[in-house]
Design a protein around this ligand. Structure first.
Ligand code: SF4
Ligand code: SF4
Ligand code: SF4
Ligand code: FES
Length: 586
């Protein structure tokens, strides 16, 4: 351990702890801006300046707390008049190059720069305002990059390159002409971007955000020609409450249903139901591949559009390995405008289906190819992220925290515990294991909790015994962790060795959808763990915990699809993938 003093108090910390982290352990606040817990310290802003005082001479040296590691005997001062002045100067310099757009900024009220300016009581600026005119890049909806608001903190570049291994963003230009933007000065539409939204989630300002015209929802639900229906994704229920001051990890499913009814939706469905359907289709496909000679293995999950986009651009040889099952969002869209529409006798093009997702890539998924119009109309009409949904609730004047719970509508709302854990990394795999075990052995798993695939290790490996057949599993989250596994698979194939895995779950975002690009801000492991724990609790609270046990799933097969992977199921619930160029996206 390393012993040091901060503000006169002694503290012991692990080697490698920075001064910022040590102070946080003592509940001492040091302001930070370019630093983010998910990323290595880039130390570009200077707001976290502290004093390191030599105990013998009393001489103080200023250092940046986010990137300076604690050393034995350090004597740190985190706050005095001089430090406050230095920090104010940093802020004034940043704000001198930042537009005063707060009233209409997407991040207003949730902007780290705005918060700091408020905390420091900045009411004037000694420096001349110079805004570098640069165009806004809205070429790749829903990601919007307003370059004028960029403070060059570097968080988005670190996120896109180091966390996601996508390399859509970089520093371009030299010296004071250096700017942050898509590679080679292109726009986002001509970059390798997979619209995961993690740059937006990690940007401290309104420079990279996502934009969907939220207010259009009100016009759609008020349109007498349309039947407005809505579905919510698994992880939305574990995060939305934070937007309304509720503790992290509060499950708000019942309040969400109530709020949606108050907004005017006629039917409230739940994407968790389609997650159960996904397991039936994907699980059956897996068992078929495992038991049919010559099948393409390992099979990869396909419910994450960030991953699908990445594979279409980067792993053309592996596209036959992706499950053909559509994602829960797209299955929910397809069954709403076919199975359910036929029951209520409404034409597919007269249904407005809103999908509420943790994900910024889902809007793209809804129009990815012609399979997303399997009902004859667009299966999902509009996608809002969790953050945008919170805005919709506020705009509707609803006091969310005080709402009573209500239920989703049958027959495509009620879900099993397996459906809800889709929102956390490993959840799809765990849900699939519960059902694959039944499909192969004819028996139910004694203990349905398959814990080897839970948690935040970047690549989790496990083996499950299905009636004597050992099935090798891998669970990957965060795009940057995928390539090592892909190279391992390719190497084994090239050397004629046994394939290392049979079934692989991939989620583009760290932790899975619980901290997807559209979830409430503050992305870090603590949030991931608490939101995932909430989903596991939601699973525990369900009497039915396996997708194949959901009676409404049995009903839809009996009444409509006949059996999983049937011809009709293939037409409505499956898709195909197309190799595309990384830069032109074609
Ligand atoms: S876009 Fe945002 S995260 Fe990226 S450098 Fe600019 S301010 Fe930082
Ligand atoms: S959305 Fe994802 S892939 Fe695209 S620039 Fe941002 S971090 Fe990179
Ligand atoms: S992990 Fe979830 S939130 Fe992230 S891109 Fe995939 S589906 Fe979207
Ligand atoms: S937070 Fe430390 S330099 Fe920016």
């Amino acid at each position: 351990m390393i012993n040091l003093t901060i503000n006169g108090k002694e503290v012991s910390v692990e080697p490698g702890t920075t001064i910022l982290q040590a102070a946080q352990q003592m509940n001492i606040k040091i302001p930070s801006l370019c630093y983010n817990k998910d990323l290595p310290a880039w130390a570009s802003c200077g707001i976290c300046v502290i004093k390191n005082v030599d105990p013998r001479t009393g001489r103080a040296r200023m250092a940046r707390a986010c990137c300076t590691e604690c050393t034995p005997g350090m004597n740190i001062v985190t706050n005095d008049l001089e430090l406050t002045k230095a920090r104010r100067t940093v802020l004034e310099l940043i704000l001198a190059n930042h537009p005063d757009d707060c009233l209409k900024c997407n991040r207003s009220g949730q902007c780290e720069l705005q918060n700091l300016a408020a905390e420091f009581g900045l009411r004037s600026n000694r420096f001349t305002k110079i805004i570098r005119e640069q165009p806004t890049d809205a070429s790749y909806a829903p990601i919007v990059f307003d370059r004028k608001k960029c403070i060059s903190c570097g968080r988005c570049v670190e996120t896109c390159q180091m966390m996601q291994n996508v390399w859509a963003l970089e520093y371009t230009g030299r010296g004071d002409k250096t700017v942050i933007g898509p590679v080679a000065g292109a726009d986002l539409a001509h970059s390798p971007c997979i619209r995961c939204g993690q740059c937006a989630a990690h940007c401290p300002t309104g420079a990279i955000t996502t934009h969907t015209p939220v207010e259009e929802v009100f016009a759609k639900v008020a349109d007498p020609e349309l039947t407005p229906v809505v579905s919510i994704a698994p992880s939305v229920r574990a995060a939305l409450g934070e937007e309304f001051g509720m503790p992290v990890g509060t499950i708000t499913t019942g309040k969400i249903y109530t709020a949606l009814r108050m907004i005017g939706f006629k039917y409230i469905f739940d994407t968790n139901f389609a997650a159960d359907l996904t397991i039936m289709e994907e699980g059956t496909e897996l068992v078929h591949r495992l038991t049919t000679k010559g099948s393409v293995l390992p099979m990869f999950t396909s419910c994450c559009p960030g991953w699908v986009d990445y594979a279409e651009k980067n792993y053309h040889d592996l596209l036959p390995n992706l499950s053909t099952a559509k994602s829960p969002q797209q299955m929910q869209g397809a069954i709403t405008k076919t199975y359910w529409a036929e029951q209520v006798k409404v034409a597919p093009d007269k249904i407005f289906h809103l999908s509420i997702m943790p994900c910024t890539a889902k809007a793209y998924e809804a129009i990815r190819n012609e399979d997303m119009r399997s009902s004859g109309a667009q299966d999902i009409d509009m996608v809002l992220t969790t953050r945008e949904f919170a805005s919709l609730i506020r705009q509707a004047g609803i006091d969310f925290a005080s709402l009573e719970d209500s239920e989703a509508d049958s027959p495509i709302g009620p879900y099993s515990g397996a459906g809800t854990i889709f929102g956390a990394t490993g959840g799809v795999m765990e849900a699939a294991v519960r059902t694959a075990y039944k499909l192969v052995t004819g028996k139910e798993l004694g203990n349905v909790e398959y814990t080897p695939v839970r948690g935040l290790d970047g690549v989790k490996k496990a083996e499950v015994d299905l009636n004597g057949t050992k099935v090798k599993l891998a669970v990957i989250h965060q795009m940057g962790n995928v390539d090592a596994v892909v190279q391992e698979i390719r190497k084994a194939a090239a050397e004629g060795k046994e394939r290392p895995y049979d079934f692989i779950e991939v989620m583009a975002c760290k932790g899975g959808c619980v901290t997807g690009g559209g979830q409430p801000y503050g992305h870090c492991d603590e949030l991931r763990e608490k939101r995932a724990a909430a989903l596991y609790k939601d699973d525990e609270n369900h009497e039915i915990r396996c997708s194949h046990q959901n009676p409404l799933i049995t009903k839809i097969y009996k009444e409509y699809f006949d059996e999983p992977n049937s011809k009709k199921a293939h037409h409505l619930l499956h898709t195909h993938y197309t190799p595309r160029d990384i830069y032109s996206n074609k």
